[in-house]
Design a protein. Sequence first.
Length: 405
Amino acid sequence: MGLLVQKFGGSSLKSIERIQRAAKRIAQEVDEGHQLVIVVSAMGDTTDHLTDMAKTITPFPHPREMDQLLATGEQVSMALLCMALHQHGVKAVSLTGWQAGIITEDVHTEADIVEVQQEKILSHVEKGRVVVVAGFQGVTGDGEVTTIGRGGSDTTAVVLAAALGAERCDILTDVDGVYTADPRIVPHARPLPHICYDEMLALSRLGAHVLHPRAVACAMQNRVPLIVRSSFHEADGTRITETRATRSAIPVSGIACMEHLVNVTLALTKREPTVVNRLTAVAAHSSLVRDKGTRELSFLIKREHVPKLSAMLSEFKGSVERVDYEYDKALLSVVGAEADNPDIVSTVEEQLHRASIKGKSVTTSRHSVSCLICQEDVMKAANALHQAFDLDKAKEAVLQVSQFQ
C-alpha cells in the first residue's frame, strides 16, 4: 500500500483519552500496510488559551513572539501522540514544522508555505516509521519560526500530501464528513459520499468550516484527493476530488452561512486606491466587497473586526466622509456547480419572500448565490432553502456540504 497523509484536528486530540484513541486507529492503519505521515493540531482549545495568556500581558503581542508561543501547542500534541504510538508497538517519530522541512515566507502569524524539503520525512518513512508532524507552523529561510494562520494544520497536511506524492489526504475530525448544512441550524442536514473541489472551495469561503479554503485550493491545484471523516468511528466520510457525482436535476450541493456580520458602508471624500485596499482588507472575504460607485463602498466584516476597522478609519479621517454600520447580519449562500442558473436565483428569492425574510443584495458567482439577511432569520431561511432544493432527502446522487468542524 502507498503513503497516506492524515490530519487529526484539535477536537480529536483534546484529551489523553482521545490521543490514545487516535494512536489505536493509526496502529490499525499500520497493521494494514499503510505508510503514514500524521499532521496534528493543538489539543482542544490550546491555541485560544495561549492567545488569551499572551493578551493578559499585552493587548498587542509582537507577531514574532506570538509565533514562538503558538507553535508550542502542536508540539505538545505531536510528542504525546508519538508516546501513545510507542505504547502500541508502532515505530514513530515526531517532527516540528522546521524539522519536517516546511519552509515559509518571511511573514509572522499568516505565512504561506513556499517549499517542503521532504528528505527527512521520507527518510523516516523508508525506515518504517510513522512520522508525526506539528501542523500550523514552519520556518523561514533565515531560521525564524512562523505560523500559517487559522486552519493551518489542514493546509500543512495537504501541502505535505502534494509534496510527498501521497495517495490521498485524510482530514479526521469529530463529525462524519461533509453535510448539506450545519445540523445545528438545519436538523435534517445529511452527510454525503462525494463533492468536487470547486464546490467545496465555494462552501469553505462562504462559511463552511470543515476545511480551510487554503487547504481546498491547494488540494485542487495539486489534485490531491481528500477524505473528511470521523476520528471516532469507521464511517466512509466524504470524498473530495476533481470530478463530481452525477446528479439528476439537482444542481445545488448545500447551504453555507457566515453569521454575526456587520455591513459597513463607506462614503469617501475621494477615490484613493491605497485607502480602499487598506480598508477593504478587513472584509470577511474579498468577494464580499461591493463597489457602489466612484466614492462609495460597502463590505461585510466579522463583528469582532469592528475595532480593527475603527482604528484604520482613524488613520484616514481626511479620506472618509461617512461610515454606516449595520449590525446583526448574516450571509446565506446556496452552493452548487450550477448555482448561477437563473432558476436557482429565482428559487432563492421566492423562498425568502414566502418566509417573509428580507434578503438584501442577492449576488451570484459561478458556484454560489448569496443574500444578506438578518441574523435572527438564519434558521428559518436556511431550513426553507434546504427543503426547497430537496437537500433533506436521502439520495445517493445528491452532493452535500457541512459548515462546521
